[in-house]
Design a protein around this ligand. Structure first.
Ligand code: TEU
Ligand code: CA
Length: 583
């Protein structure tokens, strides 16, 4: 394996205008996008069938959540064969056809790379678990019970860490009387990246997909691949009595070395125009600047979680009321922090987050206005926007009626763990899941008002959201003022107006509790975005820095209300995007 350091100096062109900086990415969650054979599960031919729709929306890149062979304990984020398509999604031929069709229309495809862990049904783990003398034993993290403790007992785990999916991060193996590490579910054992054989196998697998025409990777929890080999206990913070291992199993001592080595070994000699985005819960601005600094050849972008954590307490299940000032301060930190080097990803939604219009908007009286406002405020920032399937239609959270409606392992594990506490009621867990559960993002795509929202002719693996009758693609495509057409216009604006991709960002009225306003400036072109994050009108006369006088005569590029004379009054959830040229 090439010595990473030597390559660093040689090969780093300044990527000022890398293609992905003016691109928009669309995330497809294959299980819930479109079912072509009536088994109730979305699949690759279903995606191929809707490439027209993606083309019409104008997106540049399709990111596919995992489609690899998997026992689906975590809906594919538990992979048992990295180079096989799961039969429920189709075949490699189906995949090749989709890649060919996307490329024919000038779109690119990004695969989900899940290499912090595999499935426990992956041959690597089966061999590793075959016994302490297995040549692949060190491909995973096996450890003896805590000294003086009996294996299998609560408290005997090698560390006291709490899993992302509740409970301890160690599973006891009776045959070898050792534990293996799983930061997520027990069916997702963590790979040991300290072992160079593991890294070599992963890099060759990635090159195999690049050879098949893939244009890049979204890298799942890539911040967890380097851990503190000493495996120290974590501080006990949560009611479960388990410890917070995050400081010990994330952003470890070799993270930059591994990311650079991966870049060199996988992309180094290919010179192709690939894109990589690393999912990095907990990443700070300072860390992101390093990971996305093109000179370092690690990642192009990261997914940071700060803005999707502002309404959460110590755990995602504890609610903190939404506060616009906190949101604005977070975006300012990231916009200013990566202004000189590095690059932001921009997202409101993905398959792990609740629907934004229900979360930060108003999915009742101002459903359409707030969905479009949220889109504009995100897409006009400096960075690469990611649209999650259904977001462009304003899909909302789901009023799950009972726990039987749920499918997500994180939520189901949360319920069983929470109900160990007699003071916790089943209803309270359901209320929390209605608010932030991941199944909110995973109900079938709402194509039309037909049965099952036009998603399937069979019984969907998870029920549709009953509001598909009114919220669906068929009732929005080509309809002026629809959420779909608003997203299409935003994406067109990013393609047509360079200031959207490259303009300097400046927040206005940062201390105003209901107005989110900022400018983007590129040369003599300046854009102004003004948004009223409230059910009540806002009079801009009382908003500092809002001298709209100087914008009179400017061009109204996009808005979610018809313009009125009273332009100093922002109506509920009103957003306007203006352009002027400062000669
Ligand atoms: O998510 C990692 C991650 O951060 C999530 O666990 C997140 O914190 C949580 O879901 C928020 O509720 C990635 C994938 O996106 C997720 O779907 C997988 O379940 C997880 O990794 C394990 O692969
Ligand atoms: Ca199917």
């Amino acid at each position: 394996m090439t010595d990473a350091a030597t390559l660093l100096v040689e090969t780093t062109p300044e990527q000022t205008d890398a293609w992905w900086k003016s691109a928009v990415v669309y995330q497809v969650y294959p299980r819930s996008f479109a079912d072509s054979n009536g088994d109730g599960i979305g699949d690759l031919p279903g995606i191929l069938h809707h490439v027209d729709y993606l083309d019409e929306l104008g997106i540049d890149v399709v990111w596919l959540s995992p489609i690899y062979a998997s026992p689906h304990a975590d809906n594919g984020y538990d992979i048992s064969d990295y180079q096989a398509i799961d039969p429920s999604y189709g075949t490699l031929d189906d995949f090749d056809r989709l890649v060919a069709e996307l490329h024919r229309r000038g779109m690119k495809i990004v695969m989900d790379l899940v290499v912090n862990h595999t499935s426990d049904e992956h041959p690597w783990f089966i061999e590793s678990a075959s016994g302490p003398s297995s040549p692949k034993r060190d491909w995973y993290w096996w450890r003896a019970p805590r000294p003086g403790q009996l294996g299998g007992d609560r408290g005997a785990e090698p560390t006291n860490w709490e899993s992302f999916f509740s409970g301890p991060t160690w599973e006891f193996d009776k045959s070898s009387r050792e534990y293996y590490l799983h930061l997520f579910d027990r069916k997702q054992p963590d790979l040991n990246w300290e072992n160079p054989e593991v890294r070599t196998a992963i890099y060759s697998m990635m090159r195999w997909w690049l050879d098949r025409g893939v244009d890049g990777f979204r890298m799942d929890v890539i911040n967890l691949i380097s851990k503190d080999p000493a495996l120290p206990d974590g501080e006990v913070q949560s009611p479960s009595g388990l410890g917070n291992g995050f400081p010990h199993f994330s952003y470890g001592p070799r993270i930059h070395e591994f990311l650079h080595e991966m870049h060199v070994e996988v992309f180094g000699s290919r010179g192709g125009d690939f894109v990589t985005v690393g999912e990095m819960p907990g990443a700070t601005v300072e860390q992101a600047r390093l990971y996305t600094d093109p000179v370092r050849q690690e990642l192009d972008m990261v997914f940071q979680f700060e803005h999707v954590g502002i309404d959460q307490g110590a755990t995602k299940w504890q609610h903190v009321p939404f506060d616009l000032l906190t949101l604005k301060r977070s975006f300012m930190r990231w916009q200013d922090g990566l202004a000189e080097s590095g690059w932001n990803s921009l997202y409101w939604n993905n398959h792990d987050q609740p629907r934004i219009v229900s979360r930060f908007g108003n999915d009742g009286r101002y459903w359409s206005e707030s969905a479009r406002l949220l889109a504009a405020v995100l897409h006009l920032q400096r960075g690469t926007p990611f649209v999650y399937q259904g977001e462009e239609l304003g899909m909302t959270n789901v009023p799950f009626a009972s726990h039987d409606d749920l499918r997500d392992i994180e939520s189901l594990n949360y319920v069983s763990e929470a109900l160990r506490d007699p003071d916790v009621t089943a209803d309270s867990t359901l209320a929390n899941i209605r608010r932030v559960g991941r199944d909110n993002a995973r109900t079938p795509m709402q194509w039309s008002a037909a049965d099952n929202a036009g998603f399937s002719t069979g019984t969907p693996w998870i029920d549709t959201n009953a509001n598909y009758i009114t919220i669906n693609a068929a009732s929005q495509r080509g309809i002026a003022g629809s959420v779909f057409e608003f997203y299409r216009s935003l994406i067109q604006l990013r393609h047509d107006e360079p200031a959207v991709a490259h303009g300097d960002f400046r927040m206005l009225a940062p201390d105003n509790p209901s107005v989110f306003a900022f400018t983007r400036t590129a040369g003599t072109t300046q854009l102004l975005v003004i948004a009223n994050f409230a059910d009540a009108p806002t009079d801009l006369e009382n908003v500092e820095e809002m001298d709209l006088e100087s914008w009179s005569g400017s061009e109204l590029l996009l808005a979610n209300y018809a313009p009125t004379a009273a332009d100093m009054l922002l109506r509920p959830w009103e957003v306007r995007i203006l352009r002027r040229y400062c000669l």
